[in-house]
Write a protein that binds this ligand. Structure first.
Ligand code: DQQ
Length: 535
């Protein structure tokens, strides 16, 4: 129906129709960006999985190609699941991916381009002797929990290493394999890392980050000024978690830094919908780029009716915060090419209980950035109660319509004329043991009058000090998705919403303050976003 097409995104990656999930094998080859993804060629629900394939010169506009990897061997006849690219010294890309074999075992396979002189790499051939890693009675690997190989890296002994996600009961594992020639792989004595009570680790990712600055590093880079990030996607909660730590390349062990939490209370790339993500090193621009899948919040029936499900979040730069305690993320610079009409506000006061409409941009497909200054109002903030320590629960209890002291203030996106629908992205400030705590929320409770959607609200405490710094908020709004970045990338929340009244040119955008204190808008910039060339 028409309303469902209103939800198709204008500049987020999605194929013309059908189901997509995890990003696979992102890389740059001969100056061309390659993106592969889990794809069902036959429908809008998960199944019949092959690797869809598109290429781009800017990570914004895409040319579709035919599926690159699809079932064709014993070792992948029941599905070609997630995997990663490794560029060998000399420039040849290799794909390691999970195959579901004829006995429904999960195994790891190797595929490579047929013709290296074609920068689009449209033809892929498979290693004749696949699988290259398999569960056996001897290695005791769980054949239904053995998947999603990472990009491989070279150790000091010139051996390749790769991780495969797994579990033993509830113990989550990053199984380690080593190889001299990329074809013959040997299971290491112990996993690179494991953690209790986390369940299977899907789509692990392991990469070095510089301790200073935002430049990316090749996955095989080492050095004194380097830390490591280990990410896993927890199937139980459907979120992507990471820790920062050190890597002993001789013992082949990863040690999270002191204070890092593993499992559900740990750090996340995104506190909303963002799963099975994967980074790659962009050697053209010396940056590390993160891709992640944002699934639908609608129900299966609606997905089937609209004929598609799943989008990819806008690729993000990732680098280490100067505190060393978390990552920062920001949409890749190239996305700014799509900025059209701009609206710019002078600094102004936003009184408690007021809202201002942002006119002059297409509110349903926009990029908006604002700075809030609140240092003059910090006397009036509420005290954070102990029972409120869970930020997500706090955001759902204190939705945008609940007045506070300092906050809620932020954006009302996808707002209808009468405010019967809106998705609120906002801050609330609390006092906690003589310090301040900044809560960031994405409130979906009023996003749609259609109640057959998942309208879970998301929240996170952001490491910002409102006494000393502005609170910045940026949202990329695109028809059924809003990706919000606070504190210059310290916390990110992605939400999927399906308004019934706030659609197309009926969508409005506001800056609001539903607290009793006023806040100062120090700047506001908003742009209409043009459509990208995608399918
Ligand atoms: N999706 C793939 C698996 C992976 C899961 C199958 C994560 O390889 O573990 O489509 O979303």
């Amino acid at each position: 129906s028409l309303i469902n097409q209103a939800y198709r995104t204008g500049y987020h990656f999605q194929p013309p129709k059908n189901w997509i999930n995890d990003p696979n094998g992102p890389m740059v080859y001969k100056g061309i960006y390659h993106f592969f993804y889990q794809y069902n060629p036959k429908g809008a629900v998960w199944g019949n999985i092959v690797w869809g394939h598109s290429t781009s010169t800017d990570l914004v506009n895409w040319t579709p190609h035919k599926p690159a990897i699809f079932p064709s061997q014993q070792a992948d006849i029941k599905g070609c699941w997630s995997g990663s690219a490794t560029i060998l010294p000399g420039g040849k890309p290799m794909m390691l991916y999970t195959g579901v074999d004829s006995q429904l075992r999960q195994v790891q396979n190797l595929a490579m381009p047929k013709n290296l002189s074609d920068p689009y790499l449209t033809e892929w051939i498979k290693y004749r002797k696949n699988p290259v890693m398999a569960p056996t009675p001897k290695n005791k690997i769980n054949a239904s929990a053995f998947r999603d190989p990472t990009t491989a890296w070279l150790g000091p002994d010139k051996m390749w290493r790769v991780l495969v996600g797994s579990r033993v009961n509830k113990l989550g594992l990053a199984i380690l394999y080593k190889s001299k020639d990329f074809e013959h792989w040997t299971l290491a004595e112990k996993p690179l890392h494991s953690a209790e009570a986390t369940g299977i680790w899907e789509c692990p990712d392991f990469f070095p980050v510089k301790i200073d600055g935002n430049k990316g590093l090749d996955t095989s880079a080492r050095g004194k000024k380097v830390k490591y990030v280990l990410k896993n996607s927890l199937d139980e909660t459907k979120h992507d978690y990471y820790t920062i730590g050190t890597y002993d390349a001789v013992k082949d062990e990863y040690f999270p830094d002191k204070g890092m939490i593993e499992g559900d209370s740990g750090l996340r790339y995104d506190y909303g919908k963002f799963y099975a993500s994967k980074t790659f090193f962009d050697s053209e621009k010396q940056r590390r780029v993160l891709w992640g899948w944002a699934n639908e919040s609608s129900n299966v029936k609606d997905d089937v009716q609209k004929g598609w499900a799943g989008v990819q979040a806008i690729p993000r730069n990732v680098w280490l915060d100067k505190s060393g305690k978390q990552l920062l993320q920001w949409p890749i610079k190239e996305i700014e090419k799509l900025r059209g009409n701009q609206v710019k506000w002078p600094s102004k006061i936003l009184e408690g209980g007021s809202k201002l409409e942002v006119t002059g941009v297409t509110a349903g497909q926009a990029d908006i950035e604002v700075g809030f200054e609140v240092s003059h109002e910090l006397e009036k903030v509420e005290v954070l109660k102990e029972k409120w320590y869970n930020p997500q629960l706090l955001c759902s209890k204190k939705s945008a319509s609940v007045r506070g002291g300092l906050g809620p203030f932020g954006f009302l996106t996808f707002a209808s004329n009468t405010l019967s629908e809106y998705t609120a992205i906002f801050f609330r400030i609390y006092k906690h043991h003589k310090k301040h705590k900044v809560l960031m929320c994405s409130d979906q409770s009023r996003s749609s009058l259609n109640k057959y959607n998942d309208n879970t609200t998301y929240g996170v405490f952001v490491d910002l000090d409102p006494a000393r710094e502005q609170l910045s908020l940026k949202s990329l709004i695109d028809r059924s998705i809003v990706e919000s970045f606070s504190g210059g990338g310290k916390a990110v929340i992605t939400s999927r919403v399906y308004p019934t009244q706030a659609i197309d040119n009926q969508i409005k955008l506001f800056v609001f303050n539903n607290g009793t204190s006023s806040v100062k808008i120090t700047y506001l910039n908003a742009w209409s976003m043009k459509k990208a060339q995608i399918s």
